[in-house]
Design a protein around this ligand. Structure first.
Ligand code: AMP
Length: 172
């Protein structure tokens, strides 16, 4: 299955100089989407690599995290923007290229000691996933690994993921 042919490059979106990796063609092809999610889940079915929960940041991370959680038969944890989660939350603020962002997670979403798989569509600078990892640790759980559809290696996001297992289906 050629996943790369289902990723569309859009130049100068959302601002000049950014080459946006559009997953719409992948989402429009059920066989490719199923294959993609199976490949994202596969390493974590192997003995010794099992995780206790799957977590993802909104919005595109959710698309891949829900099927992966089902395939692994593990709980799904949502990391969301402020004022979206209804119960008490842990919150982490982090810097974006321009301005700041904040991610929240329900305080009862994870149990201390759990091993968590973090999922997203794109690993770029790693800022979002570093904040996600901080939320997981705030709950006393720990990051076991990361799984991405694609990684923009030239942005060196891996450096911010502190040597954890990083699994990417495509690398640019
Ligand atoms: P970062 O925090 O820099 O690793 O950015 C990660 C988030 O921004 C991911 O959730 C991606 O969905 C999105 N993102 C960053 N760069 C791109 C890009 N070139 N194309 C598509 N999405 C991107």
């Amino acid at each position: 299955m050629d996943l790369a042919s289902r990723i569309r490059d859009i130049a100068d979106f959302p601002k000049p100089g950014i080459l946006f990796k559009d997953i719409s063609p992948l989402l429009g092809d059920p066989e490719a989407l199923q294959y993609c999610c199976e490949q994202m889940a596969a390493p974590f079915k192997m003995p010794g690599n099992e995780v206790d929960a799957v977590a993802a940041a909104e919005a595109r991370g959710f698309i891949f995290a829900a099927p992966v959680a089902l395939m692994l038969k593990k709980p799904l944890v949502l990391l969301r923007k402020p004022n979206k989660l209804p119960h008490t939350t842990h919150a982490v603020k982090y810097d974006l290229e321009y301005g700041h962002a904040e991610l929240h997670m329900h305080t009862d979403a994870l149990v201390a000691g759990q091993k968590v798989l973090l999922i997203d569509d794109v690993l770029a600078t790693g800022g979002t996933m570093a904040a996600a990892a901080e939320l997981v640790e705030r709950a006393g759980a720990r990051v076991a690994a990361y799984s991405f559809v694609m990684e923009l290696a030239f942005l060196e996001g891996r450096k911010r993921l502190h040597g954890h297992l990083v699994h990417s289906l495509l690398t640019y």
